[in-house]
Ligand binder design. Structure first.
Ligand SMILES: Cc1ncc(COP(=O)(O)O)c(C=O)c1O
Length: 410
């Protein structure tokens, strides 16, 4: 057990082979979780065993083909537990961006001049540009809800003010991949539904940090990416069954006409889907005594993850507050609900220089805009190299937080 919390991070870390990586004898700290997380052994094994055993395409009737059917079915059922929905409401794709392009194109074919959509400046560009292009192609007005630059928060009223009966869709993230803001999606969904608008949620960044519950939030669509929650590179779309059924998907003729198959273009990566199931099972395994449904174990597992990550976030904020030249963008209050993703800059040191100083110390951090181009614009960082992103997930440690603070303190 670690000293700071009952969360057994040493045992967690022992399940992730990549975390043993060292460069020139210096252990590497993977602080790039927001860009993609590492995978535990059971995910790696599920992927390699699928390929080693042999897997054929679906629909062949022979055993290796039936295996593919089973893998897809198991992954749907795993993701249904992950989202708290039914398996028929889960569709797979290459990544979140591709799924969002496909959905935006499909939904917007029913929109036209006089209609409007609401997007936010807090979102990753994958939940912005696909909608802007779909709106442009159909003569639809785009309204942008602004986050509060000082606090990093997105007030639901900023969206509420833009809503009227012309709005067909609100697209919003559950958490910001840049400054770690957690968004009140349930309230936004209620407001949007009150004017008849659909709600699409980008859950990519919340994925590794919190239990997602589409029933509780009531959203119509939601997309996630398994490589951000310890699985392989596969995107996942949730859609309320009636919405998936009533929306015209762009698909080839022999593909299924019903959801979820009509939303899945071409052949899926079966090895990745086996990995997706293993990632969900890994997260469920963090939930207590292994009793109860996989969904209830996931909820428990994420409660433990959230509690532990908060200790890392608080430790980071506490230490960061003592470094005069350091500026943390977004919320710096330990009382505010956020995920442990921090965008930072140091007065008097260029982003590129600080990034290389951190990377030389074995700290895998990201810098630039990480596709959150509107966020960098609103924070006034576009022309100055963006910001450095330090992201903590549940396999990171208090020691790694301290290593970051030591390098920053210089
Ligand atoms: C918040 C957020 N949304 C969307 C994406 C795009 O996801 P994908 O790479 O699966 O297309 C990312 C990737 O960084 C992200 O962080």
């Amino acid at each position: 057990m670690s000293e700071e919390s009952p969360f057994d991070v040493d045992s967690i870390r022992s399940q992730f082979p990549a975390l043993d990586r060292a460069e020139d004898g210096v252990p590497v700290a993977y602080l790039d979780g927001p860009g993609g997380t590492q995978s535990p052994r059971q995910v790696i094994a599920a992927i390699s065993q699928t390929l080693e055993r042999g897997v054929s395409n679906q629909g062949g009737g022979f055993r290796a083909s039936v295996d593919a059917d089973r893998i897809v079915e198991e992954a749907r059922s795993a993701m249904a537990d992950f989202f708290n929905c039914s398996a028929a409401e889960v569709a797979f794709g290459q990544n979140m961006t591709s799924l969002t392009f496909a959905l935006s194109r499909a939904l917007s074919s029913a929109w036209g001049p006089g209609d409007a959509i609401v997007l936010t400046s807090l979102d990753h560009d994958a939940n912005f540009t696909p909608w802007v292009l779909a709106a442009r192609d159909n003569g639809v007005e785009v309204r942008i809800a602004e986050f509060d630059v000082a606090s990093g928060e997105l007030d639901p009223d900023a969206i509420g003010e833009l809503l009227d009966d012309r709005v067909r869709l609100v697209a919003v993230c559950a958490a910001a991949n840049s400054i770690g803001t957690v968004v009140d999606v349930a309230t936004i969904t209620e407001m949007a539904h009150a004017v008849g608008a659909l709600v699409f949620v980008d859950a990519v960044h919340i994925g590794p940090h919190r239990a997602i519950d589409v029933q509780a939030t009531g959203c119509d669509f939601l997309a996630a990416s398994s490589y951000k929650f310890f699985g392989p590179h596969t995107g996942i779309l949730y859609g309320r069954l009636d919405r998936l059924a009533e929306t015209n998907a762009y698909k080839v003729r022999p593909a299924p006409s019903d959801p979820p198959g009509k939303w899945e273009t071409g052949t899926q990566s079966f090895e990745s889907l086996a990995g997706v199931t293993a990632a969900v099972d890994y997260l469920a395994g963090l939930g207590g005594d292994g009793k109860g449904s996989r969904r209830s174990q996931l909820v428990e597992g994420f409660a433990a993850v959230g509690g532990y990550e908060k200790t890392l976030a608080d430790r980071f904020l506490d230490g960061a507050g003592r470094i005069d030249e350091l500026k943390v963008y977004g919320s710096t209050s330990e009382a505010v609900d956020r995920v442990a993703t921090f965008a930072i800059a140091m007065e008097g040191e260029a982003i590129a220089a600080l990034t290389s100083r951190m990377i030389s110390a074995g700290l895998y951090v990201w810098s630039g805009h990480y596709y959150a181009v509107n966020v960098m614009d609103r924070l006034g960082r576009t022309g100055s190299g963006g910001l450095i992103r330090v992201g903590f997930v549940h396999y990171n440690t208090a020691t790694e937080v301290d290593r970051v603070l030591d390098v920053l303190a210089g």
